[in-house]
Ligand binder design. Structure first.
Ligand code: FAD
Ligand code: NAP
Ligand code: SF4
Length: 676
């Protein structure tokens, strides 16, 4: 039978080695790199992905020296002793038939420590430390550190290295006048500014020999005002190719850029057109990246000739067996990355180990094991939201007989609301995945079945798992029975019409999402690359340096006039995701949503919503008021069952609704299901 993904699964001959397919697992910092005692876990994490068939993997970034650290005592490869400690990783990968390259990342002025260095003494807007300006001898020392790191990587058994030349780190900083004001041989005109990466690659190639992969991660789109022009990007790419790079990987956007590049609201494959432009200029293979999360999309990019390889990082966290499933005709059971960043990047930025919202086993391969159950039990799971779906599928995978109930006529619980929010379309993929897993694991599904204590007792189950979710909190505002007041469920599903002027009570995750939905004009820009580029002011770097449109962001006018309110005096949205909160706030700002903090709700009447802020009372003349005032656990079945002697457990919102999200719901349910 012919493969549905002939381009994706085609081998790539690099001359001295052959990659079995076109999938590169892009570099991700997991936190397991930072301590050698965690290397056995890192080895298990990569070995699992090598087993899953990915062609080539790239580690999280390792600094070549202390100045290049991302943070104090973060990952570094600079000694023979350290190289020997990496053997556990490379051996584990090679035993599974995989290939792995070490990423060399010198943080430059993005280093979160006082020893950081840069071409010039210019502080970045996202770190508190001002870097030391390197002397000419200092630059030479950095080059030698890069080269030594590559030779140590080879000694450690890696198949290659990736030189991190994008995202605004050290090498990237030499390329732009934004960060490079030097007047010696490393500064001045672009030809001089680009000598650093060229010198690094040339000397590295000489040191490691011909039969070692050198990937150069090139910034194709800086997304900062005085970024590279397209001709500069091409000039550098050609020079790096001549210097001995094996292949070029695509980097998009400096970390300080105010344009999202990997969040779920970025259209799928949004930057492949840039890799295509570059590919025509080079002889060596080029790899595209960012927001590619399905085999269909990867195949279409390769088939269109946009790239030779596709880098997927988070999708391999979400499903280590992505490639094997695609190759064996099981693409429907791929656990798709929904680009939420909640358990990966958000964790990295808050200095906790990365994992994955949809796959809590990621980076915990040695700790969370889904093993066959010692004894087959009959188990009822009530509620088919994220928690119930995770519990039911893991229990059934372990061999239990599982029946999953939901009162609704469809799977998914609150994810059915989330996926209607513009920019959260990816959440549908999780429901597709779980529907397939229910089928594969043989879970018996009873939809449209409101479960009672009696039904469960009659079922005679050995265990009952309550994943019944939440009830919306009633904020008890005087006049709340007014017909202009509705719940977030009614607003999102369209069950009640929403007028042109709206007040939203509660500025948590759901309040922000409801504001996004109600201000959306036309269809979501996440599904339309051109519209998304206009909205964020992104253009071709051949037209404007760095791809920053001179016209700036051009959002569509908002569909409604919206107030977003909270009682706290803190900044609205302060509790949103660490790496995505700024995107949600920017979108609402662009849509002129008025965010008010420190609000007291006085009452609702025909005229609108009466509030007090400080000493001043005011009337918000609105047509509709949407309640997004948080949630409370829904678990009325628990106590009666326990009293009747049933072995009963609570997971997800049914257990604790405060600070509930799908990450906690799925993780808690998975952990319980591995133990029953
Ligand atoms: P639920 O999803 O609430 O599922 C509970 C299920 O139980 C429901 O299907 C219900 O019908 C069923 N049920 C209840 N009682 C019974 C009964 N007696 N008999 C049968 N069935 C019953 N989280 C994130 O992590 N990231 C996000 O970006 C995000 N965005 C969101 C956007 C919106 C608009 C909303 C509403 C939520 C969002 N969430 C997000 C929150 C996330 O969806 C919830 O945390 C998650 O769904 C909780 O999972 P759960 O399984 O505990 O409960
Ligand atoms: P939430 O984040 O707890 O926010 C509830 C909001 O309601 C707060 O703004 C709170 O602010 C207000 N509130 C609480 N009690 C109130 C009362 N009695 N009267 C009036 N206002 C009240 O909850 P949520 O927005 O319902 O979201 C539920 C969960 O879904 C969240 O915990 C979140 O993690 C998850 N979610 C996540 C995302 C995401 O993008 N990651 C998106 C959507 C939802 P004040 O108390 O200051 O008024
Ligand atoms: Fe993807 Fe979210 Fe998992 Fe990160 S946490 S890998 S973004 S699904």
């Amino acid at each position: 039978m012919s493969s549905p993904y002939p381009h994706l699964l085609a081998p790539l001959d690099l001359g001295f080695t052959r990659l079995p397919n076109r999938v590169v697992m892009g570099s991700m910092h997991t936190g397991l790199e930072d301590k050698t005692e965690l290397f056995p876990r890192l080895a298990a994490y990569f070995a699992e992905r090598a087993r899953g068939g990915v062609g080539l993997m790239v580690t999280g970034g390792f600094a070549p020296n202390v100045e290049g650290w991302l943070a104090p005592f973060a990952s570094r490869l600079a000694t023979h002793r350290a190289a020997a400690q990496h053997r556990v990783i490379t051996d584990a990968v090679h035993r599974e038939g995989g290939r792995i390259a070490l990423q060399i990342l010198h943080a430059g002025r993005y280093g979160y420590h006082p020893l950081s260095v840069a071409p010039s003494r210019i502080k970045s807007p996202i770190t508190p430390f001002t870097p030391r300006e390197l002397s000419a001898a200092g630059v030479e020392r950095q080059i030698r550190a890069f080269v030594r790191c590559a030779t140590l990587a080879r000694e450690a058994g890696y198949d290659g290295v990736e030189v991190m030349g994008s995202e605004g780190y050290f090498i990237n900083e030499f390329l732009l006048t934004h960060t490079n004001r030097r007047t010696d041989r490393w500064g001045g005109a672009f030809d001089a500014r680009m000598q650093l990466p060229v010198e690094i690659v040339a000397r590295m190639r000489e040191a490691v020999g011909r039969d070692f992969i050198i990937i150069y991660r090139l910034s194709l789109l800086d997304l900062i005002p005085d970024g590279q022009s397209w001709s500069e990007v091409v000039t550098l790419a050609k020079a790096v190719e001549s210097a001995g790079a094996t292949l070029i990987n695509s980097g998009i956007g400096w970390h300080e850029a105010r344009v999202p590049t990997i969040a779920t609201s970025v259209p799928r494959g949004a930057f492949a057109w840039l890799t295509r432009k570059l590919r025509g200029e080079l002889q060596i293979p080029v790899c595209t990246s960012n927001r590619i999360n399905t085999p269909e999309l990867a195949e279409s990019i390769l088939a269109a000739g946009d790239a030779d390889l596709v880098s997927m990082a988070r999708p391999l966290l979400a499903d280590p067996h992505f490639v094997a499933k695609a190759a064996s005709g099981r693409a429907a059971s791929i656990n798709t990355c929904i680009a939420c960043n909640q358990a990966c990047l958000d964790h990295t930025f808050s200095k906790t180990l990365a994992s994955c919202l949809v796959n809590p086993l990621a980076c915990h391969e040695t700790e969370i094991r889904v093993l066959p159950a010692p004894q087959r039990k009959h188990i009822a799971v009530v509620g088919a939201g994220p928690a119930g779906l995770a519990a039911a599928t893991v229990l059934a995978e372990r061999g239990h007989a599982v029946r999953l109930f939901d009162a609704a006529d469809t799977l998914g619980g609150q994810f059915n609301l989330a996926r209607r929010i513009p920019g959260k379309e990816e959440f549908s993929e999780t429901l597709r995945y779980f529907a397939e897993r229910l089928r594969e694991t043989g879970v018996e599904l009873s939809l449209s079945t409101p479960v009672t204590t009696e039904l469960l007792r009659q079922g005679g189950y050995d265990e009952v798992v309550l994943a019944t979710g939440v009830n919306a909190r009633d904020p008890r505002i005087p006049g709340q029975q007014h017909p202009k007041v509705m719940t977030y469920i009614e607003a999102i599903t369209g069950a009640r019409p929403v007028g042109p002027r709206v007040a939203i009570i509660g500025a948590g995750g759901i309040g922000f999402d409801v504001a996004t939905l109600l201000t959306q004009q036309g269809s979501s820009s996440s599904l339309d690359r051109e519209a998304w580029m206009r909205e964020w002011g992104v253009t071709d770097p051949a037209v404007a340096r760095g791809g920053v449109s001179p016209a700036g962001p051009q959002p569509e006018p908002p569909a409604r006039s919206v107030y977003l309110l909270q009682r706290k005096v803190s900044k609205p949205g302060a509790g949103l995701g660490k790496t995505t909160g700024w995107i949600h706030r920017s979108v609402l700002k662009m849509r002129r949503v008025q965010m008010l903090s420190g609000v007291e709700y006085l009452g609702i009447d025909d005229a609108g919503l009466r509030i007090r802020q400080g000493d001043a009372s005011r009337l918000l003349e609105v047509d509709s008021i949407v309640l997004c005032a948080g949630q409370e656990p829904r678990c009325e079945l628990f106590e009666p069952l326990r009293a009747a002697g049933v072995s009963v457990h609570k997971v997800g919102g049914a257990d604790v609704a405060t600070e509930l999200d799908a990450k906690r719901a799925i993780r808690q349910a998975t952990l319980l299901a591995t133990r029953l």
